[in-house]
Design a protein around this ligand. Structure first.
Ligand SMILES: Cc1cc2nc3c(=O)[nH]c(=O)nc-3n(C[C@H](O)[C@H](O)[C@H](O)COP(=O)(O)OP(=O)(O)OC[C@H]3O[C@@H](n4cnc5c(N)ncnc54)[C@H](O)[C@@H]3O)c2cc1C
Length: 277
């Protein structure tokens, strides 16, 4: 299908882009890998697309004292092949292989993925797991406050995400990311990411996030607390299943997705624990 007619603007400054977004049924165009299919299916019909790909300075990955800063227009494949990312956040590097196919990763952007807000997408879950701070043209939003529901964020119509800040993990933090999809490149039926930081044989910090098992990505705080209280990984996995509320659809039932969350939590935590130890 073809999209309804629309106007197209490609400003070269962020100020011009924000100005263009005010007052019309306008949408930001980043990589177009989610927006354009939605327009082709007539699920969206913006009258103006504001292409932000010609604005300089939005597509690099930088290291600073607090961690990494990733421009919102950085493409999935840039992240996947970044030495800085591999050094600081190997969980992100490993997870990128689950995002769609290489052709889509070559065009799709981190900012687009975060702003699209598909509950089965990897980046929204990673942002939550890694306590990302999302810098926009107006403010800085903690990832935990960004999602209001499936495909719904806290962004205003004329607000642009410009940068994702990933705070450093404590040295020695172990990680695991496990996903189940029907075919390679498909969205996750469910996925779980985990980080574990040990202090001696006690858990100083544990984070667990579930993807595709709730209307937004979800931190599994009860399961995290149990792990800190020295529950077994098997018991934590059972608690994780109780925390999610997945939907049934063509691809899998809610019960199956809940079961997956249990299995994937066990696997992700085991991997995180081994890396931490
Ligand atoms: C066949 C297929 C399979 C896919 N599989 C997966 C998968 O397994 N996992 C996964 O995570 N993704 C998957 N995707 C989606 C892909 O990752 C997209 O790259 C991503 O969802 C959107 O990024 P984009 O840059 O193309 O954004 P666009 O499509 O250009 O924009 C998406 C939305 O975000 C808004 N937006 C974009 N950038 C900004 C910004 N900086 N500030 C404010 N609003 C903004 C747009 O207005 C639009 O509403 C798949 C896509 C396809 C077509």
């Amino acid at each position: 299908m073809k999209p309804p007619a629309f106007e197209y603007l490609a400003p070269t400054s962020i100020e011009a882009a924000v100005a263009a977004l005010g007052g019309e049924e306008a949408k930001v165009l980043a990589g177009g890998q989610s927006l354009v299919p939605m327009m082709n299916f007539r699920l969206l019909a913006p009258s103006l697309l504001v292409d932000i790909s010609r604005i300089p300075g939005l597509d690099d990955i930088r290291e600073d004292d607090d961690g990494l800063r990733i421009g919102a227009m950085t493409k999935h494949h840039q992240v996947e092949t970044s030495h800085l990312m591999q050094k600081h956040f190997p969980i992100v590097t490993a997870t990128m292989a689950h995002v769609a196919h290489l052709a889509i990763r070559n065009r799709g952007t981190i900012g687009g993925s975060l702003c699209h807000g598909d509950p089965a997408a990897e980046w929204p879950g990673l942002a939550l797991l890694l306590n990302a701070q999302l810098k926009t043209t107006r403010r800085v939003i903690p990832a935990g406050d960004f999602y209001e529901g499936a495909l719904a964020t806290d962004l205003a119509d004329d607000e642009i995400l410009t940068e994702i800040q990933l705070p450093s993990l404590a040295p020695g933090t172990g990680w695991g990311f496990e996903e189940m999809a029907r075919r390679s490149g498909d969205f996750a039926l469910a996925a779980v990411g985990a980080t574990v930081h040990l202090s001696g044989d006690t858990v100083a910090e544990a984070r667990i996030v579930a993807i595709g098992a709730h209307e937004t990505p979800l931190r599994l705080t009860t399961a995290e607390g149990l792990l800190k209280d020295r529950a077994s990984i098997a018991a934590v996995a059972v608690a994780a299943m109780d925390e999610v509320s997945p939907n049934s659809d063509l691809h899998g039932s809610a019960d199956y997705r809940r079961h997956l969350v249990g299995v994937l939590t066990r696997r992700a935590l085991t991997a995180a624990w081994e890396r931490a130890a």
